[in-house]
Design a protein around this ligand. Structure first.
Ligand code: PEP
Ligand code: MG
Length: 756
């Protein structure tokens, strides 16, 4: 008999039992008999979780009097270990296992071999199914698979018969695997608490046994086709970023997606009588088991990719494709994803989203910038989360300390609550600076502006008391839209933003699409062909080629600013002529509007972003054309260090506070001195306290930063003396061996200035 045929026989018998009008206990009793007979094993037992303990619910072969008497704690004995780790055990000699515990009432002393699998419900072990033999032997794969299939059937029975309380099952986590600390990298500081939700949620398998095997087979074929199509099209999606490591992941995905062995095993599992969903899961369980036995970190990484892919396949087959955002967040949530695009993050309900944990991510990736502006803490570079965090687990995220605690103990929760309270106090103190103007101790007024990108962000202007919007990322509207935003929509947004800003200036940056901000309706013909989109056809380069795009935006901005001051800034200017060309598009539109007798802006101020290092060498040519210049340190530093801003492996490698970056920036400051050009920084570094000190120390007087940083930076400004600071910076920069971060940190600490 083939393995599939024998598995099918077991399933058929289980099917019959489940269909009988028997109470749950009767069914469990029948199941142990079926498994015992099929595996010719002397013992087969089922333990189920009740009131936090694993209780013997049914047995064939152990003393019947032990049923509902023998109870094991999670982690205690072999069954407890299986439940605790949610992992099977296969032992030729049970007594040799360090966790073996002998329970005399069961009469199990004569049995040598032992195999057990967890019964999983809502991703948690709610019971254990095990077999024992007198003779010492290891169980074969087909036998373990039969146990796993049976465990899936039992899980379905358990949920239908309500043998495990749903609430209890969800609340079990602490008992099941206890608290775990997940280390990572701080991407957006802050604290948040909520339950875990995966951006791509796992599908609960509700039917294990197939009614029609042919139909299941057809479903899985279609799903494989669709998945392969998706994988082939993934290269352009945010989830996978671009280049480097992502390319490797994608290749692995492709390898698995087209792996004949994988699809064959799933088909065999379907032949044995499982539904497509259950077959995928069963094969996955089996692969997990084999991979764990090998214990190789490289393989573990691949396993993670395969888990992702299997999850994708189950989602396709079951038609449950929605992200957690589309399903809606019902409670305060900590979102978990491998990676996200800015548009994907923006789909989430801001009120419920309390934090994000990414397996990848870097400080200046746009998704992180968006999260920062939403005030959502983000922890990045957290590894292998699928194995640690289950949907619905409680999580305390301390992105400031670069950790998250999953299933926290009461003690950890207390400490967290205290930190939370302290941080709120601090926030309140910063908020009280709202109406206070940021003058340094020596009396210099520093312009503290904020970065924004959406209509919703504008409320922060009043809340923080920022001096205006130093960078309005107009492309955010393009990112959240399924189609190219038309003129009316753009016009309305820009008008609303200016209305919300009142007398305060708003610097609108023209679209910066490309790089990690690709949009589907533009990517195929342009950025899709870029091997290195950050250095490719993006921002002004793209806008100047697609003149229609730029014209529409110019018209919208000029009309929205009718009768007011308009500040326009061009991104990624690499050579002065590009600035001229962009300005000409605006001037043409202005002429057109005047001809049409429309009300035009009172004045248009043109500025450029300094993001491409080459531009710094020709500032003498560019500056006379500008009214302001804003340094985009996110891009500038990626180009200076040749280090992709979105690459997680490089996320910690280079420091903004390096002598090379600071010397470069100081030369830019010097180039603008004596001109009328208003100079500022609008990259992320300006919002960090030590970095802000460095920037002020080399002569910057305008910072545009994320709204949450406005309070802390205002507070910082009020504590410093610029002469003293710039003198220190000059000395440090003269010495290339000086560790700037340490030097500035020590300088601040000496003056009792908080460096966090
Ligand atoms: C920058 O590059 O520093 C910048 C502010 O622009 P963005 O982050 O949107 O590329
Ligand atoms: Mg930029």
């Amino acid at each position: 008999m083939t393995a599939a045929a024998s598995a099918r026989q077991i399933l058929t018998r289980l099917h019959e039992v489940m269909a009988q009008r028997l109470h749950a206990q009767g069914k469990l009793d029948s199941v142990v008999d079926i498994i015992g007979e099929s595996l010719a094993s002397e013992v087969c037992s089922i333990y189920l979780l009740r009131e936090g303990m694993l209780e013997l619910y049914a047995t064939r072969g152990l003393n019947k009097s032990a049923v509902h008497v023998t109870r094991m704690a999670i982690g205690e004995g072999l069954t407890g270990v299986i439940a605790d780790n949610v992992e099977m055990l296969n032992l030729a000699e049970a007594k040799a296992h360090p966790d073996f515990q002998y329970r005399p009432e069961t009469g199990e002393d004569k049995f040598h071999s032992f195999a057990g699998v967890p019964i999983v419900y809502h991703e948690r072990a709610v019971g254990v199914l095990c077999v024992q033999h007198v003779e010492p032997r290891r169980y074969e794969d087909v036998e373990i698979e039969a146990l796993q299939t049976t465990a899936m059937v039992l899980s379905e029975l358990i949920s239908n018969a309500e043998l495990v309380d749903e609430e209890e099952a969800l609340g079990l986590s602490e008992a099941l695997s206890g608290p775990q600390t997940v280390p990572g990298l701080t991407l957006v500081k802050g604290l948040g608490a909520g339950i875990a939700a995966y951006h791509q949620p796992r599908v609960e398998i509700t039917q294990v046994m197939a009614d029609d095997i042919e139909a299941e087979r057809a479903r899985v074929y279609r799903a494989f086709d669709k998945m392969r199509e998706q994988i082939d099209g993934l290269a352009n999606q945010a989830e996978f970023g671009v280049g480097g490591e992502h390319e490797e992941v994608l290749q692995t995905y492709k390898m698995f997606a087209y792996d004949e062995g994988w699809s064959r095993r799933i088909n065999e599992a379907i032949d044995s009588g499982l539904t497509a969903e259950a077959a995928i899961e069963r094969v996955q369980q089996h692969t997990r088991m084999r991979m764990r036995a090998i214990d190789d970190p490289l393989l573990a990484d691949r396993m993670h990719d395969l888990e992702d892919l299997a999850n994708r396949l189950v989602r396709i087959v079951s038609g449950q494709l929605g992200t957690a955002a589309q399903q809606g967040l019902r409670k305060d949530t900590i979102l978990i994803a491998r990676n996200l695009g800015p548009a994907e993050l923006l789909e989430y309900d801001r009120r419920r989203l309390k934090g994000v944990i990414l397996e990848e991510g870097s400080l200046t990736a746009h998704v992180v910038i968006v999260a920062r502006s939403m005030g959502v803490p983000v922890l990045g570079r957290a590894k292998s989360l699928r194995g640690i965090v289950r949907e619905g687990d409680e999580i305390l995220l301390d992105a400031t300390a670069a950790t998250a605690t999953v299933r926290p103990s009461a003690q950890v929760a207390d400490v967290f609550a205290q930190r939370f309270a302290k941080s709120r106090e601090k926030q309140a103190a910063y908020a009280s600076l709202r109406d206070v103007e940021p003058f340094t101790r020596c009396g210099t007024r520093i312009q503290v502006m904020m970065n924004a990108g959406l209509r919703d962000d504008m409320s922060s202007l009043g809340l923080t008391g920022a001096d205006g919007v130093g960078l309005f990322r107009t492309e955010f509207q393009f990112l959240v839209s399924a189609t190219l935003p038309q003129r009316e929509r753009q016009l309305k947004l820009y008008r609303d933003v200016m209305d919300a800003a009142g007398d305060k200036p708003v610097i609108f940056r023209t679209v910066d699409i490309g790089g990690d901000k690709s949009v589907p309706y533009l990517s195929s013909d342009i950025s899709g062909n870029d091997e290195n989109p950050a250095m490719g056809w993006r921002a002004l380069r793209l806008a100047l080629t697609r003149e229609g795009l730029m014209k529409v935006q110019a018209r919208s901005l000029l009309e929205a600013a009718a009768g007011r001051q308009l500040y326009v800034m061009f991104p990624m200017v690499s050579e002065p002529w590009e600035f001229d060309a962009a300005k000409a598009v605006f001037e043409d539109q202005l002429k057109f509007l005047r001809k049409k007798k429309k009300v035009v802006p009172e004045q248009v101020h043109y500025g450029a972003m300094l993001e491409v290092p080459a531009l710094a060498e020709v500032l003498d040519l560019l500056l006379p054309k500008l009214s302001f210049l804003s340094v985009g340190t996110n891009d500038l530093t990626q180009f200076l260090f040749a280090a992709d801003r979105g690459n997680p492996d490089l996320a910690e490698r280079y420091d903004w506070l390096s002598t090379s970056i600071m010397r470069f920036l100081r030369r830019v400051v010097q180039a603008t001195q004596g001109t009328d050009v208003d100079l500022g920084v609008c990259g992320e570094m300006g919002g960090r306290r030590l970095e802000a000190l460095a920037l002020l120390g080399i002569g910057f007087r305008r910072l545009s930063i994320t709204p949450a940083a406005v309070g802390p930076i205002k507070e910082l400004v009020r504590r410093i003396d610029l002469d003293e600071l710039s003198e220190a910076m000059t000395a440090w920069l003269a010495d290339p061996s000086c560790n700037l971060r340490e030097a500035i940190g020590a300088w601040a600490t000496e003056r009792d200035i908080d460096v966090d």
